[in-house]
Design a protein around this ligand. Structure first.
Ligand code: C5P
Length: 416
């Protein structure tokens, strides 16, 4: 596999060389720095890490038409860090150095990992450039939150190189090399539920929810990459998430992930319990409908003009997570749940999460705030991890994949 690693200006110096090292462990990497990037790390360092020549200008190797050859021959392009300036240049289609021209010639998946100060990341110009890049199919990774250059803290930090490499390689169906990826779930069987259940009202209508399944699929991918044998119980995933699952399954022989597709809560419950009987860990990331229609007629319910809506009687669904936590299908099994909360007058997101953690009896509950563009359907997430007593045992933010790895880190500590 040919990976092009574009490196732009900006200051996370050690991280850019580790990005190179992470990618180099997986394939042949050619580094294309901008001239600003070479102010921070010299070409010889990149050449030593990648084992390939490094150039910034289109005029190097003119007879070989280098910029077109590099772009056309690449299987994956990663730009990390991608500065605000570089993203603006990419949006404008500028072609004034080797990296920008190569990007225009590339037809493979392209990943940008932005890094900048929070104010620059939040600026409408940057937001609009990121939206345009995403519309054009560029995979723009959410920056991490934390210490920035100088005394600033906040969103804008370059994610860990291993996370960038992992997320980028997932797009081309390639796991990270074992030397980089932790294999701490080897030999473990895990079940992950993802998506949202649908309760049929009649043959054409249902009661459903907005869960895309992104976080659940990220959990399944992360577990498979860490060596686990994964069963993903998938309830009505969004189309792009389904495509992502197919790409994980396509990596047969390298990642062990089987998928059981379900629609309703009853189907999800049977599938999770069947696979859970042999599992070391069950993670309930699916958004499960709390109620279902008491009766489902075999024919479409007709609107009778003048009679108003037909009432729908609802019955409560079993709480699958609470059942699993209280029964334990297997001794020592670790049970994990999610709590999507908005907070209200009676308590904060965390207050509600704590109450839920105590009521459900799971070993871990990942509490996340949803609503106003947060949580459902987005690429990033922010969770607080609680134990069964409601004590905070961890926190994670960033891409759903990064959050997934934080959940597995906490699970690994609980495994016998
Ligand atoms: O009570 P709430 O729906 O907020 O709880 C969320 C957690 O419980 C999630 O882990 C979800 O998968 C699980 N759940 C369940 N069965 C239900 C409702 C939720 O397993 N009927």
């Amino acid at each position: 596999m040919r990976i092009l690693l574009g490196v732009t200006g900006g200051s996370p110096r050690t991280r850019r060389s580790s990005c190179c090292a992470c990618c180099a462990s997986r394939g042949a990497v050619r580094v294309i720095p901008t001239s600003a990037a070479l102010e921070f790390v010299g070409a010889p360092t990149f050449e030593a890490l990648s084992g390939e020549p490094v150039s910034t200008e289109v005029f190097d190797d003119v007879p070989g038409v280098q910029h077109v050859a590099l772009g056309k021959g690449a299987d994956l392009v990663i730009v990390a860090p991608a500065t605000a300036d570089f993203m603006a240049r990419a949006v404008a289609g500028l072609a004034d150095d080797l990296l920008t021209t190569t990007l225009l010639a590339a037809r493979c998946p392209v990943v940008f990992a932005p890094a900048m100060h929070t104010e620059m990341w939040d600026h409408p110009a940057t937001r609009s450039n990121v939206a345009t890049l995403r519309e054009r199919g560029v995979h723009v990774i959410e920056p991490a939150s934390g210490r920035l250059t100088g005394t600033d803290t906040g969103p804008g930090r370059l994610p860990e190189p291993v996370d960038i490499a992992r997320e980028a390689l997932a797009l081309v169906d390639a796991p990270l090399a074992g030397s980089v990826e932790t294999q701490d779930l080897t030999g473990r069987r895990v079940v992950v539920s993802a998506g949202g259940t649908r309760e049929p009202i009649d043959p054409v209508r249902f009661i459903g929810n907005r869960s895309s399944g992104r976080q659940g699929v990220a959990l399944a991918q992360a577990a498979a990459a860490r060596g686990a044998d994964v069963t993903l119980v998938a309830a009505n995933l969004a189309q792009d998430v389904t495509d992502q699952v197919e790409s994980v399954r396509g990596a047969a022989g390298r990642l062990a992930c089987s998928v059981v597709r379900v629609e309703s809560t009853a189907e999800l419950r049977s599938a999770v319990r069947a696979a859970g009987a042999a599992a070391d860990v069950v993670v309930m990331a699916a958004a499960v409908a709390d109620f279902r229609p008491a009766a489902t007629p075999g024919a479409k319910i007709k609107k009778v003009p003048g009679q108003g809506p037909a009432p729908i009687e609802l019955l409560e669904n079993p709480d699958i997570l609470a059942e699993l936590a209280h029964e334990r299908l297997r001794p020592g099994q670790v049970v994990v749940g999610f709590a999507a909360e908005t907070g209200d007058a009676s308590g904060s997101v965390l207050d509600h999460g704590r109450t839920k953690a105590r009521r459900k009896g799971a070993d871990l509950i990942a509490v996340n705030a949803v609503g106003s563009g947060r949580g459902f359907g987005t690429d990033s997430n922010e969770v607080t991890l609680l134990d069964g007593t409601g004590e905070v045992v961890g926190a994670a933010s960033g891409t759903k994949r990064a959050v997934a790895d934080a959940v597995w880190d906490a699970v690994v500590k609980l495994l016998p």
